[in-house]
Structures are given as C-alpha cells and as structure tokens.
Write a protein that binds this ligand. Sequence first.
Ligand code: SF4
Length: 287
Amino acid sequence: MEASKLAMYFDKREDLKVHCYLCPHNCVINNGKLGACRARRNIEGHLYSINYGKITAIALDPIEKKPLYNFRSGSNILSVGTFGCNLKCSFCQNWTIAHEQPEAQDITPEALVLKAKELESNIGIAYTYNEPSIWYEFVYETAKLAKREGLSNVLVTNGFIGKKAMTNLLPYIDAMNIDVKAFNSAFYSDICKGTLDDVKATVELVYNHCHVEITTLVIPTLNDALRDISDMSMWISSLSPKIPLHISRYFPNYKMTHIPPTPRETLVKCREEALKHLEYVYLGNIL
Ligand code: SF4
C-alpha cells in the first residue's frame, strides 16, 4: 500500500491539479497521477509523498563508499535509500531502485535514528542509493531528529532540487556528495532530462554551509572531453580549490549498453587535467 504523507512544496491548481516545486521540473500533476519522479502522487487535489518511510536498501558502509574522502575518513555510516528519481539518466548505475518498483520495508524516522544510534562505530545516516531529494519529507524529519541525537547526516544527491527546499534542509546536513554528471548542458537535457544550471546553483548554494565533494561519472565520447573537465574544474576551483572531485569509471548499465567501460587512460587524463585547478582529485570504480 502506498504511504500517505502530505508533501511539502506544492500548491493547488484548477480541476484538482497540483503544482510541485520540490525540484526544478515543477510538475503540474493531474488528479490520481504521479510526478516525473514517481515518488509523489496527486490524490484529490493534494500532493502526497508515496515513498515516505519506504526503505529499499540499507547497509553500514565505509564513508569512502559514498564517496566522501575528506569527511570523517575511516568511519562507517548507516546508508539508506528508497525508490524513484527526478532524472532519467540512461546510464543509471542504480536503476533497479531508481526506475523500478523494488521491495520496500517500512520504517519511521524515530526507528531509523534509534537504529543508527545503536550501531557500533556508526557516525550517522547517509541518504543515498537513489535520489534522496525526492524522499524529502522523510529525509527532512529524520535528519532533524538525527542531528538532535548528535549523528551526522550525509546526502548523496544529483543536486537537482529547488532552492527553497535545499535551503530548508541545509541546516541539518553535514556533508554532501553532489553529482555533476557533465559540464555540458546538452548532456543534461538529452541524456538525463535535467539541467546543468540548476545543479550548479545547488553546489553554489551549499558549498559554504556543509562539506561538499563532487562526482562525475566519465562516459567515453559523451562527457570525457578534456575541455569540459577543465571548465568544470575551473568552476569548482572558483568556489574553492579544496572541494574534492571524484572522477568515476562508467560501466554499461540500464539503457546504455552500447558504450564500453571507460578506459583507465581516459580517467587518468581527466584527473591530470582537473589537478591543474583542484587540490583533491580522486579516481573511482577502478578496481
Ligand atoms: S519532485 Fe517529483 S513531482 Fe515534484 S517537481 Fe520534481 S519530479 Fe515533479
């Protein structure tokens, strides 16, 4: 059965329609229908979060797996995810929970925080695996409680979220890894059905308020141009050259099966280019 938590960030429109402004898609949703993320449904002119309290994946992970290399390194963090996503990347590496309907277990914010507190050598909760911003109401309530209990909160996010929603969540978040999937607007619109400018705006909004690291999954021929890597690194550096960048290896997945895995040499060249502007550039997925 669908959860029925009244959503934040919507207003009513004519004919029982609703307008959701949680993320830059700004969906206008007809009665009975879902938003583009599949996580919010219009029921009789009200918007509900249908993934509230639904967990599809939970594990105690090393913080480096998020990846966060410069935040409380060597620690473990309870990592949780739900279902749905507001982007449609054809290469999605987590598509079974982002774009399918996986088995879910129910949990309350209170029970999750208690579990996080009881686990030995756990520093907090990471909202990860699928896109946490479209799990907003659950993440917001849980992060608030967790913070009160002295736990750290980590978001692993695509950064495609409205300014108001992110501003309100930010006081409870200690660290984020934000995907910048390419420094190329056409890549975002054609392959991810999103917009680079909105993701850049999120990075620019948050980097001064919590620890931030950035990840780019490098896909041969699509986003591996050294010019783009250079431009992205200069932009990150203009915020702070100390923001770590993770250059991650792509593997064929979901709807993108025709492009082979990224050659190691490509990743090394991208790293060399990024290091001209940034202090910390790491390679990921290379083992
Ligand atoms: S959060 Fe979901 S329903 Fe709301 S605007 Fe974004 S995609 Fe649409």
